[in-house]
Design a protein around this ligand. Structure first.
Ligand code: SAM
Length: 277
């Protein structure tokens, strides 16, 4: 029996005009749709005049539901996975279903379409050549602190998702981590009627939102540590960069070579320190 395909189908992040012909065709052709919130997806399907069987697949049922979906795929059915908005598997449980399918050699096909993080990065005005997607900062203080600490020496542009009620606290934490002068683009309500992109510094953003309470959904784009700062980087900062790159999959040797080139620390000193760390 030939396995069916899992299609990752992006849905609008605020503008129904972003439903492409291919998105529509894939939803139409699927045997069933797996949705993060079936009520949200039902509304979208009604708007598209599509009537399809829906199953729920979300954070708290992803294990059992994932197994059932994988079994149906293995038996030859086709599934379209959708999230509440944007690209499935980016900052949502879809990631686990894709892993399960990959492990079982079930074909996975990602359809192109809306993604809040990439839309925000593209419009941010900050460097886009190298970037890291950080998702949401944890609400647990310890993990939040550890997450931010791991980014102190980050030179790539950073992307964070944020909810309006947590934005001011997050700006305070970003200020402590990166300093008030660091550039930030606050991208709000992207693709919607009240879309707004504020390109400013972290300190100015704090002042702005102290006066006007934040509303709507945000993606924050934060500039990386400037190359000019490399003279002020300590060996510890450089080691943190090495650690991060090895966690990202580079060998220690390659990570040391890259970081030495970027920071000016002698490769041998950095390698010796990294071996001891
Ligand atoms: N998978 C989704 C994607 O590809 O865009 C992201 C899912 S993530 C759980 C949801 C977060 O994306 C929101 O909390 C917000 O930070 C961001 N987001 C979604 N829609 C947005 C919009 N229209 N404008 C700004 N940010 C948005």
């Amino acid at each position: 029996m030939m396995a069916g395909t899992l299609y990752l189908v992006p849905t609008p992040i605020g503008n129904l005009g972003d439903i492409s012909p291919r998105i529509r065709q894939t939803l139409e052709a699927a045997d069933f749709i797996a949705a993060e919130d079936t009520r949200v997806t039902r509304k979208l399907l009604n708007h598209m005049e599509l009537h399809k069987p829906l199953v729920s697949y979300y954070e708290h049922n992803k294990r059992e539901s994932g197994e059932k979906i994988a079994a149906r795929l293995a038996a030859g059915e086709t599934c379209a996975l959708v999230t509440d908005a944007g690209t499935p598997a980016i900052s949502d449980p879809g990631e686990e279903l894709v892993r399960l399918c990959a492990e079982r050699e079930i074909p996975v096909c990602a359809i192109c379409g809306p993604c809040a993080a990439i839309t925000a990065l593209a419009a941010s005005g900050l460097p886009t050549g190298r970037f890291t997607f950080e998702g949401f900062l944890s609400t647990c203080k310890k993990s939040r602190r550890e997450h931010l600490a791991s980014l102190t020496a980050e030179t790539r542009t950073m992307i964070f998702d944020e909810a309006p009620h947590k934005l001011t606290a997050t700006l305070d934490d970003l200020c402590k981590t990166f300093g008030g002068e660091r550039r930030i683009a606050l991208c709000r309500e992207l693709t919607k009627l009240h879309e707004e992109i504020v390109r400013t510094t972290i300190a100015q953003a704090q002042a702005l939102y102290a006066e006007t309470p934040p509303r709507g959904e945000y993606v924050l784009i934060v500039a990386g540590a400037e190359a000019a700062k490399k003279e002020t980087l300590t060996l510890e900062d450089a080691l943190a960069l090495v650690k991060q790159r090895t966690a990202d999959g580079l060998s220690k040797k390659d990570a040391v070579r890259e970081v030495a080139a970027e920071t000016g620390f002698p490769k041998n000193d950095l390698y010796a320190a990294a071996m001891k760390a």
